[in-house]
Design a protein around this ligand. Structure first.
Ligand code: SF4
Length: 700
């Protein structure tokens, strides 16, 4: 009997836990969290324990599927699928130009496959536009860091979680969204305080030492008032600011009018509470911010993230153990997508608009530089606008499910009707997006192939093959290989015989860049070291297991200083009114659910742990006023549509606010399509809605 021990990284969230599989004659006989891995240290959440189960689901796509004239998807061979893809997509590009087709990618597949897609789609097939679903979760953090630090560089390492003595979770329900990371708080032996700033009394808020129950969208005003208090009281670490920051005087002038009293109404917080927070933040030895989607998915998310960066910089809470303005990422490989997907930037954060960067990538790939677009891709929502206008006629969607997750989602289906060709590459034929595709390409999941992910703390971890994909499903790497051949550009990628060849190419693109990983020789080295955090340059490698950025006070901007950036507060895009009096918030429902539930929705054990039907959380006061009983069906209406869901009466919610979990199809028909002006990330955290008992007239 052949027995193998295989270590691989979980492909759900960005914590990046590792697992050890024992495989005997192709069957997994043991699956355990890796005790040796520095990230999870033997821990897992229920999703990770059940990572492999959805790969055996009956609705896996096991052959390519093509929609016939009668509207039915039917199995075809890979040969036919590749030819269909190449003939139809090429026909559209030849007739309508390079901007007439686009791809939408993901933070779910390994870095090497993302890199292949970016090269194939743009350099091989000649498309200009390609974006990823990281636009829906991490674009705000990426842009905030890039503008402030000069590069998209989350500064922290997970040990900062254990070394901080004042941890502020802002817009983060980490206890359920990043449970293994939250658990590491147990390893924090400091006399610490955990403060949770959130409109909802979430599990995280209840588990912390203090819950600051702020009004939705009050966070930017709150942070500016805190900054003003720090400056006014002389608590700025001026020596650090003078040496390492740019824009302090402008920051001080900007926040001068934000007093704790003046922001009471918008934040819903007493002036005392804001003052106390400012004093405690100042007095902490090592203060840290941890944020997720409550900040990122906002109409002013970038400047809100930068308000946290500003506070950390002016108080010297950066580059030291236990400090930092720290964005916890969403998907398993969101960070890989941000750096190496070749969508919004060239590889390793290089710039499509820079001739020298284009020449460098062309030389490393051995292609003519004219194959590299000299313009940036449109962001996700603009690509969809071009679908609506008919300018984009073909869309290729890989490992993401916008048919469920896109904001104001029902408009998406209308837009898709304008397409001449919609290709979906995924594991399941049942995803909402696959169900409307013209061509479905069957892909392998992350336990069925090879590559690497980058987690929230910049750690590159190994994805290893534990089981074989079913039927004729292939790794995305193999799918791209076949499509490249069918397109007639197979030679361009002939040097990439394995995913590790692509990894080595990426290390070369990173040389001399802030994310330099040219010191990593290959997968074996990553395995041996329990993952490796970037940067890891060739000229100065060390054996550090944990790396933090900016310990020397040098940032990646031209002058080496961090930029302190601000903005004016603008009104919420869709204010509540008499017709739509509630603020609808959306977010993760439970630890065991992930995104659109294409995988977690197939695990029997996980299904027992959350409501099968969509629900809305409403405060006891509002429920009583509207005469809604717990569990009763209600209609939730926005200006865009109506959903019927069950009422869940809970003091998690403040009056005037309601919450729907993002995992149900009933949620996104209601959300309002506003976007951050810098990151273009959708604002999932505010829509004006009405709630009423089902089948009754609106109660005003
Ligand atoms: Fe996977 Fe995240 Fe759970 Fe870890 S915390 S097992 S990475 S889903």
């Amino acid at each position: 009997m052949a027995t193998q021990t295989i270590r691989t990284t979980c492909s759900y969230c960005s914590v990046g836990c590792n697992f050890v599989a024992t495989v005997e004659d192709g069957t997994v006989t043991s699956w355990k969290p890796d005790k040796e891995y520095p990230v999870n240290q033997g821990r897992s959440c229920p999703k990770g324990f059940n990572l492999l189960e959805p790969f055996h689901a009956e609705d896996r796509v096991t052959t390519p599927l093509l929609r016939g004239d009668d509207g039915t998807l039917r199995p075809i061979s890979w040969d036919v699928a590749n030819k269909e893809f190449a003939t139809r997509l090429k026909g559209i590009l030849d007739t309508h130009g390079p901007e007439s087709a686009a791809f939408l990618s993901t933070g779910q597949i390994p870095m090497e496959e993302m890199a292949f897609l970016g090269a194939l789609g743009k350099f091989g097939m000649g498309m200009v536009h390609g974006d990823g679903n990281t636009r829906q979760c991490m674009a705000t953090a990426a842009v905030a860091y890039k503008q402030a630090f000069g590069f998209d560089a989350p500064p922290f390492t997970y040990t900062d979680f254990e070394e901080s003595d004042y941890l502020v979770f802002l817009g983060s329900n980490a206890m359920i969204s990043h449970p293994v990371l939250w658990n590491r708080l147990k390893g924090n032996k400091n006399e610490k305080k955990v403060v949770v700033v959130d409109p909802r009394a979430t599990k995280t808020a209840r588990a912390g030492d203090q819950h600051i129950q702020i009004n939705p969208k009050g966070d930017l005003s709150f942070l500016y008032a805190v900054t003003n208090e720090i400056i006014k009281n002389g608590w700025v670490l001026q020596e650090y600011v003078d040496a390492h920051a740019a824009g302090f005087e402008e920051l001080a002038a900007h926040v001068a009018s934000f007093t704790p009293e003046s922001v009471e109404e918008v934040t819903g917080l007493s002036a005392d509470m804001t003052r106390t927070f400012a004093r405690e933040f100042h007095e902490a030895k090592a203060a840290s911010f941890w944020w997720t989607m409550g900040v990122n998915q906002s109409h002013q998310g970038v400047r809100t993230a930068q308000a946290m960066i500003n506070l950390c910089v002016i108080t010297g809470n950066i580059g030291r153990p236990g400090t930092g303005p720290n964005s916890i990422t969403g998907q398993a490989n969101a960070m890989g997508s941000r750096l190496f997907s070749n969508t919004t930037s060239l590889y390793a954060g290089m710039d499509f608009l820079k001739e020298t960067d284009r020449e460098r990538v062309a030389a490393l790939l051995g292609i003519d530089v004219t194959r590299i677009p000299q313009q940036n891709s449109l962001p996700y929502h603009k690509i969809l606008e071009r679908v609506e206008s008919g300018d984009i006629k073909a869309l290729w969607i890989i490992a993401t499910n916008p048919g469920h997750s896109w904001i104001d989602r029902d408009t998406l289906y209308e837009r898709f009707k304008n397409l001449d060709f919609l290709v979906v590459q995924d594991l399941y034929h049942t995803t909402e997006t696959a169900q409307v595709a013209d061509l479905v390409l069957p892909a392998a999941g992350s336990g069925e192939k090879y590559g690497t992910f980058i987690n929230s703390e910049r750690r590159i971890g190994i994805v290893d093959k534990v089981i074989d994909p079913p039927g004729e499903a292939k790794s995305d790497f193999d799918i791209f290989k076949g499509l490249a051949e069918a397109w007639g550009v197979g030679d361009m990628f002939a040097q990439w015989e394995t995913t590790e060849d692509i990894f080595r190419f990426l290390t070369r693109t990173s040389e001399g860049r802030p994310c330099d990983i040219s010191g990593i020789t290959g997968y074996e080295m990553i395995k041996e070291r329990g993952g490796i955090q970037w940067p890891y340059p060739a000229n100065n490698p060390d054996d550090l297991v944990h790396r933090r950025l900016f310990e020397d006070g040098k940032f990646f901007t031209a002058d080496g200083k961090v930029n302190l950036l601000t903005t004016d507060i603008v009104p919420v895009p869709e204010p509540t009114d008499a017709a739509y009096p509630f603020v609808l918030l959306t977010g993760r429902g439970s630890t065991v659910q992930f995104h659109t539930q294409t995988r977690t929705g197939k695990v029997a054990m996980l299904l027992k742990s959350y409501p099968a039907e969509a629900y809305i959380e409403i405060s006891p006061d509002d429920a009583e006023r509207l005469e809604i009983a717990d569990g009763e069906m209600v209609e939730v209406s926005s200006r865009r549509g109506t959903s019927r869901v069950a009422a869940q009466i809970t003091d998690v919610m403040a009056p005037g606010q309601v919450f729907m979990s993002m995992h149900y199809m009933e949620t996104n028909p209601l959300t309002f399509p506003a976007f951050d002006p810098y990151s273009f990330e959708p604002n999932y955290k505010w829509a004006a809605v009405q709630v009423r008992p089902a089948a009754q007239e609106a109660i005003r």
